[in-house]
Design a protein around this ligand. Structure first.
Ligand SMILES: C[S@@+](CC[C@H](N)C(=O)[O-])C[C@H]1O[C@@H](n2cnc3c(N)ncnc32)[C@H](O)[C@@H]1O
Length: 232
């Protein structure tokens, strides 16, 4: 697994950063990430059932899920989650079961609790991405899906150099710029019962991806038959 380096993140730094982002988050990151959120919600709704959104933030995506889903949300930032609670109450989002301050790497839900675990723009902000994905897999029911929208760093070239250069500043803002897709594929290769089922480039600039992992088992799980769909 990866060790924490100087350029890496810790939860204290992340909570400090998102306490600052909370009042303006929707204004700054609302529209720019909208297409990715819509794609993640569409993927989650194809599975349906009980959905956990990790790093739910201000709850910006909650009104867009179908009322047929049951939603739970967690976030490490209390100020971000306060915004989400206000949104749920103002919009009367009765399909939201609960919102909790919780660390993505230490979820306090039993094994096999959710049909889908969604994390939009979150994996590159957590200190231990692989341990966090392990935790998603643990709380996921057999036959369920992990649906991520995440930044994917360049493997080489000018963008790779720029991302390396920008990493110390990005860390203060609460995320990583360097994060290769290989980390996801390596995680899926070693995680028992998990497989990559889709990788699709997302705006802005195709620097983000929709990434889906399936958990083996469950009635009618078709993962054995479904090839990896890779676009971008
Ligand atoms: C870039 S924001 C994404 C918010 C929202 N998902 C969206 O689509 O805009 C990242 C969110 O992840 C949360 N986060 C970061 N590290 C976390 C952790 N270890 N556990 C839970 N949430 C975390 C942050 O507090 C923040 O709300």
């Amino acid at each position: 697994m990866n060790t924490l380096s100087d350029a890496d993140l810790d939860n204290r730094m992340v909570t400090k950063a998102y306490a600052r982002w909370a009042p303006v988050y929707d204004l700054v990151f609302g529209a720019v990430f909208e297409r990715g959120r819509q794609a993640a919600i569409a993927a989650a709704e194809r599975v349906g059932g009980r959905i956990l959104e990790v790093g739910v933030g201000t709850g910006i995506s909650l009104p867009n899920y179908s009322k047929n889903c049951r939603l739970c949300g967690v976030d490490i930032s209390a100020p971000m989650l306060r915004k989400a609670r206000e949104r749920v109450s103002e919009l009367g989002l009765s399909h939201v079961e609960g919102l909790w301050v919780m660390d993505a790497a230490h979820l306090s839900f039993p094994d096999n609790s959710f049909d889908v675990v969604v994390a939009q723009y979150v994996i590159t902000t957590v200190p231990s991405p692989e341990a966090t994905l392990d935790e998603f897999a643990r709380v996921l029911k057999p036959g369920g899906e992990i649906v991520l929208v995440s930044r994917v760093g360049a493997e080489a070239g000018l963008r790779r150099s720029l991302e390396h250069w920008a990493q110390p500043a990005a860390r203060k803002l609460g995320w990583r710029t360097e994060f290769s897709f290989e980390r996801y594929s390596r995680w899926a290769a070693q995680a028992r019962g998990m497989r990559l089922i889709e990788r699709r480039a997302m705006p802005p600039f195709g620097h983000f991806c929709l990434i889906r992992f399936g958990k083996d088992g469950g009635a009618g799980s078709g993962y054995e038959a479904e090839p990896v769909r890779a676009a971008g």
